[in-house]
Design a protein around this ligand. Structure first.
Ligand code: GTP
Ligand code: SPV
Ligand code: MN
Length: 590
């Protein structure tokens, strides 16, 4: 347990820039104590025990869930707050219509007033972290200053945190500054501000997830996407998964779906019974950093080292690996409890809730027992399918990029873009029903290009131009696909079984990428014929497959019209190539 940096590592291995910044922040926020995190297991256990003693963490049943704890966040602080999240660039046009904006001086003034003296009576934790494997040239470091020990525990599980990161920062010479305080949790005094030009973040008034674990969405997506554009790579809201067939051939896919639309589940997929000899390897479940490699392919690393996953819906049938992984050494947030202190959530399919996520006696009239955005935090190494290559400095080569959304109608089960530029349009066209991962109405379709609407740290028009530039950066780019696991019939029932059976669709995607599967050419791209998707052993009829793979020209004309209107809101910065692709699809639709 270190109160000074030289207790973590030798002084020569500490960046003076880090030391000066910590001193400056401590002078402004006035904490009672300063704790430099070394990232050791001992530190993790001591901090966790302190939170248990303070009543902030509850120890779950040690017989059934050894090493598991429950944290209850403030009921007004249960999800990301997009309306309070800002990108603060000198020019508003650089942040774009896709971001809330304040000028950097205004934003700093507002945030500095909130941070003034806010850590009185509290401990200031210095959390040096590395996003990505410590030895990878693609990785980037940051330091989060926080007054929340719960945040420290999460950062310990989610990032490579502590001494080695501090030492790498001294070698790199640069780091992202993330300043966080839970403040008084008053939603009126809650803001998450990003300063990409300064590589810094200031977050006040929330202790939850992406608002507070600054390595995740704030650094690894909003700030990193800005850096990636300058440096010629991509920071994306994508899972990374390896699919190994019975012949031992492995293909890696990176897939972008909006929040709570199935990334963790796909990354940890369990092959259906009929798929003997197939293996799934998880590289990452939320974020991918993609770099053009010397061989012309795109290579992906996962900047994270743990999962902050949606709990509701997780059970031994939908996602056995996830279910088993969270039976021990897991930090739960906002789940319910059974009479014997086991965690409980909707979709668990065993046990009875007795205490709800707010700690009240469970009453079904008050809504679900677990919060719909209840989460688990767990080290990636607990996943039985964790790929050893997740620690590789180079990452893995990507065979296919897959976009997807949650849409009852319209979007077919799967289709393939004609080429890279068309694929960028397909990514830009992603729309999805909103979920509980962000505060706001649930179930309304909104545009969420590349699943990055809440996470792109700059103007989407420039972002699409950056995507469109990749054929000049890499000669063997992956093929681009779009999937939709969430089509429903009139009664509201899902048409596609989803989960493990999604492998049947990945198989077609991989075979198409390898040039060995047939397809129908349509106005929106290449679609499998119903018989091209293997449904053996499944209770999915031919008419259902036909419905899942139908392209209704009238509906698609309307969709493309809506997309055109949306794209045009980005004005003069919009790359002409994107509008050309849009025009071509409209022409093909006739
Ligand atoms: P974030 O962590 O918010 O980025 O979410 P995510 O994209 O990782 O989503 P996740 O895998 O946690 O799934 C979110 C919800 O969708 C859960 O309730 C899942 O049970 C459900 N879900 C995931 N995959 C499928 C699927 O193939 N079909 C259906 N019907 N539901 C799914
Ligand atoms: C998401 O909303 O996409 C998440 C959860 O992964 S959070 O970390 O809160 O952003
Ligand atoms: Mn996510």
């Amino acid at each position: 347990m270190a109160t000074a940096p030289q207790q973590v590592t030798t002084l020569s291995q500490i960046s003076p820039a880090v030391r000066d910044w910590v001193a400056e922040v401590a002078g402004h926020t006035k904490p009672d104590r300063v704790h430099w995190c070394d990232g050791s297991d001992e530190e993790f256990q001591v901090l966790r025990q302190e939170l248990v003693s303070d009543g902030e963490l509850l120890t779950l049943n040690p017989q059934t869930h050894p090493g598991c704890h429950l944290y209850r966040s403030h009921p007004s602080d249960v999800a990301r707050v997009e309306h309070l999240t800002f990108v603060c660039t000198t020019s508003q046009a650089d942040a774009g219509p896709n971001n809330h904006w304040l000028s950097p001086p205004d934003a700093h003034r507002r945030m500095d007033a909130l941070f003034n003296g806010c850590m009185r009576g509290r401990t200031l934790y210095v959390v040096p972290y590395c996003m990505g494997p410590l030895q990878s040239p693609s990785s980037r470091c940051g330091v989060e200053i926080t007054d929340s020990a719960y945040v420290v525990l999460n950062m310990h599980l989610m990032t490579r945190m502590g001494r080695p990161a501090l030492e790498r920062i001294a070698r790199d010479g640069s780091f992202v500054k993330g300043l966080h305080s839970t403040g008084d949790l008053n939603p009126e005094r809650r803001f998450i501000m990003h300063f990409p030009e300064e590589l810094s973040i200031k977050s006040f008034g929330s202790g939850y997830g992406g608002n507070a674990l600054l390595g995740k969405k704030c650094h690894a997506l909003r700030i990193a996407s800005w850096q990636a554009r300058q440096e010629g790579w991509l920071a994306e809201h994508m899972l990374i998964v390896g699919v190994e067939n019975p012949a031992g051939e492995t293909h890696y896919l990176a897939c972008a779906f909006p929040s709570a639309c199935g990334k963790t589940n796909l990354a940890m997929l369990i092959p259906p019974l009929a798929y003997k000899g197939w293996k799934i390897w998880t590289l990452g479940d939320d974020i991918a950093w993609l770099h053009p490699g010397k061989d012309g392919r795109l290579w992906a690393i996962n900047p994270e080292s743990g999962y902050f996953g949606v709990v509701p819906g997780t059970n031994a049938k939908t996602n056995r690996n996830a279910y088993e992984m969270i039976q021990h050494d897991t930090l739960y947030t906002n789940v319910a409890l059974t009479a014997d202190q086991q965690p409980w959530w909707e979709g668990l399919e065993s046990g009875q809730p007795v205490v709800d996520w707010q700690g009240r006696p469970y009453d079904s009239k008050r809504g679900p027992a677990a919060h719909p955005n209840a989460r688990f935090t767990v080290a990636a190494t607990q996943n039985p399918g964790y790929s050893p290559l997740a620690e590789s400095a180079a990452g893995v080569p990507i065979s296919a990029l897959v976009f997807g959304g949650r849409r009852r109608e319209l979007a077919p089960l799967v289709y393939q873009a004609r080429d890279w530029s068309h694929g960028v349009l397909v990514g830009a066209s992603v729309a999805s029903e909103t979920t509980a991962a962000a505060v706001g109405e649930v179930g309304v379709v909104r545009r969420d290009p590349m699943a990055m609407k809440p996470f792109c740290g700059y103007n989407f028009a420039d972002y699409w131009a950056h995507w469109l530039s990749f054929p000049t950066r890499a000669t063997k780019l992956p093929h681009i696909f779009h999937v939709n696991w969430f089509r429903r019939d009139k009664a509201g029932t899902f048409l596609w079984p989803g989960f493990g059976d999604n492998l049947r669709v990945l198989r077609w995607i991989i075979d198409r990428s390898a040039g060995r599967a047939a397809a129908n050419e349509t106005a929106i791209g290449f679609l499998p014929k119903p018989e091209d998707i293997d449904v053996s052993g499944l209770d999915v009829s031919l008419p259902t497959m036909q419905e899942l793979l139908a392209v209704d020209p009238a509906l698609w004309r309307q969709e493309m019209k809506d997309l055109g209107e949306y794209l045009r809101t980005f004005g003069a910065r919009l790359p002409p190539k994107l509008m050309e692709e849009h025009k071509k699809v409209l022409e093909r639709l006739g």
